[in-house]
Write a protein that binds this ligand. Structure first.
Ligand SMILES: [Zn+2]
Length: 619
């Protein structure tokens, strides 16, 4: 009896906290990032996304319009129906995550969900080409003609979409039933696709977009999420088995950064679901390899193929790297992940956005050390990157604030409004008021009780101070890279002080400035300094923002999204090796690979097949 009373009392006392923790705010981004998010959302209100047949053609196999085969230049061209569930699943995923309980989030959304059950095959999977005999050897052909692996890729994206839709519409029983049937399909595939005796089948193709390693393992993400939603152990156990089998294929370089990074996101989710630190250790080790190895460029982006040099990037891979860093920041609290997410957002991610708001492939300027700039050309990938770009914004919105009983943590100095059930938190970037200030961020609470406000001290800020509404100094307590008001407040303006800094090409600060004779990267606040053209001279050091502007270097402006530009100053190693590789700039053709299925010109060979582990799945 006393015990029950105690529980009741505890429940009552913990209610406000529980309500707060479960209360996901409705976030609206402002400023440059908010405009980019809005453009990304609006992109789905025009061709080809106003065509339901175009969206669902990877489920139905139907002819969406007379322009299905029109080629890359036509907006209604419908490629990749063999990637069943890819376009349709990505569409469902982001619309569900933005729906806030409203089926009318997009004109095609409700109808697509309603007719989904008729497209689900008896085995639980979706396939535009009809029934697939999964026991047959893998049909390794290419991204256009292969059937099995592309369908696995697409179904993995659709599983994420169905889980998010089920989460958004918890009363929609048919939706959840479909998600479970698709999850059960992957549960049943374990003996077929995670079988150490069939390694030659798995390694019989490459590791590009229709490869086994690219297409099979990303289902881990949806499976862990389905377990979280339903509590069903079998989905988690399947993801655990896949993660163990994946280990032997997971190495660098690899030909598909997007697939590899989806898997790293899955491993973080597995860590959260199991608390088994070995998953987190794998991802953190991979993070180190990517950054110190130059796979991640100074602008915080990554290329389509996960290599130091390649001719183009991919919006999906950049968005995955972004959401991976957000996830790592969330689970570890380590500053380096928040810093990388901020770097990616302000530099490469925004630079990958097309004028219409979509995302895609931008030509890259590379020398022997990696990316040093971007080409002026960008091609929207309407079948993948435009969706994943919006997924990046969805993830950003959910990682801006962390509200608890004790405080309100703000991870980014950005403009936004976050509406909770009981009030609103507003973050505004304000003009600087004195020399040495990089930016000011005012956070005020409207309707929310006063609390301790805690902001992250970014790597580009030498010091963070704060003032109250009346301009008087607010004492801050700095701990673990975060600065918190010493007492609960309803408003504070945080002042980030700093200056121009130099880094090497691996994101490492050069405290004494550029090293004579070596290339470097210049930064100011969260943005790198970039200049139009292919090269920029190293400025005399120390320098001022005015001197840099006079030299053509500016904190990465939106105006450079469509122009050839560089963010590495100083000497490049452009020497072409005796045997030229395809990714040596300049690219002479914009999209040689999509039209033929293979790269034209001198090709950099695909990465070698994954090493075949001897004697077991966990090699
Ligand atoms: Zn893409």
């Amino acid at each position: 009896m006393y015990f029950r009373v105690l529980i009741l009392v505890l429940s009552v006392f913990s209610l406000p906290f529980l309500a707060g923790a479960a209360d996901v705010p409705l976030v609206t981004l402002g400023g440059e990032v908010g405009a980019a998010d809005k453009a990304s959302i609006n992109r789905f209100r025009s061709l080809p996304y106003d065509s339901l047949p175009w969206i669902r053609a990877d489920l139905s196999g139907e002819k969406a319009s007379e322009f299905d085969e029109a080629g890359w230049g036509h907006i209604l061209f419908r490629p990749f129906k063999n990637y069943s569930g890819d376009i349709s699943g990505r569409f469902i995923e982001i619309m569900a995550m933005n729906a806030r309980g409203d089926y009318n989030v997009h004109p095609a959304f409700k109808e697509l969900l309603a007719e989904l059950p008729k497209h689900q095959r008896p085995g639980g999977y979706f396939a535009a080409s009809g029934l697939i005999d999964w026991q047959k050897p893998i049909d390794h052909k290419d991204i256009y003609k292969s059937t099995m692996m592309p369908a696995l890729w697409g179904n993995a994206r659709l599983l994420c979409g169905l889980v998010e839709a089920s989460r958004a519409f918890p009363d929609d029983a048919p939706l959840l039933a479909m998600a479970r049937r698709l999850g059960d399909f992957y549960v049943g595939l374990i003996p077929r696709f995670a079988d150490p005796a069939r390694m030659s089948d798995y390694t019989g193709g490459d590791t590009y977009a229709a490869g086994y390693v690219t297409c099979y393992f990303p289902a881990m993400e949806g499976l862990v999420k389905l377990h979280t939603l339903t509590g069903e152990k079998k989905y988690l156990e399947t993801a655990i088995t896949m993660a163990a089998f994946y280990k032997q294929f997971d190495r660098l370089p690899i030909d598909h950064a997007h697939g590899m990074l989806c898997n790293q996101v899955s491993l973080v989710l597995l860590y959260e679901a199991t608390r088994d630190v070995s998953y987190l250790e794998r991802v953190e080790k991979r993070w180190d390899e990517l950054v110190t190895g130059g796979y991640v460029n100074p602008a915080g982006g990554i290329l389509e193929q996960c290599k130091v040099k390649f001719g183009r990037d991919e919006g999906c891979a950049i968005a995955d790297w972004f959401r991976l860093n957000l996830a790592l920041g969330r689970v570890t609290g380590k500053a380096r992940y928040w810093e990388m997410a901020e770097r990616t957002l302000h530099n490469h991610f925004l630079q990958n956005q097309t004028p219409k708001g979509g995302f895609g492939h931008r030509g890259m300027l590379c020398d022997q050390a990696g990316v040093h700039g971007f080409e002026g050309s960008i091609e929207e990938a309407v079948w993948c990157c435009t969706f994943h770009g919006q997924l990046g914004f969805v993830n950003l919105r959910s990682h801006l604030l962390n509200r608890s009983e004790a405080d309100l943590i703000c991870n980014f100095a950005l403009d936004f409004t976050a509406k909770y059930a009981d009030g609103t938190a507003v973050s505004e970037i304000r003009p600087v008021a004195a020399a040495g200030e990089v930016l000011r961020q005012r956070i005020r609470l409207d309707g929310l009780p006063a609390t301790v406000l805690r902001v992250r001290q970014p790597h580009w800020a030498n010091a963070v101070t704060a003032v109250a509404t009346d301009g008087s100094a607010l004492p801050l307590v700095t701990k673990d890279g975060f600065c918190a008001t010493a007492r609960p407040v309803s408003e504070a303006t945080f002042i980030y002080a700093g200056g121009i800094y130099a880094e090497d090409r691996r994101c490492k600060r050069l405290p004494a400035g550029p090293v004579a004779g070596e290339a470097c990267v210049i930064g100011y606040g969260p943005k790198l300094l970039a200049a139009q053209g292919r090269t920029a001279a190293v400025p005399t050091w120390p320098t001022t923002i005015e001197a840099l502007k006079a030299q053509g270097l500016e904190p990465f402006p939106a105006a450079l999204r469509g122009k050839e530009c560089c963010f590495v100053s100083g000497p490049l190693s452009l020497a072409v090796s005796a045997k030229p590789v395809w990714d040596t700039s300049p690219i002479t053709e914009r999209y040689p690979y999509v039209s033929t299925g293979s790269f034209t010109g001198p090709a950099e060979p695909l990465s070698p097949d994954p090493p075949v582990a001897k004697g077991g799945a966990d090699g």
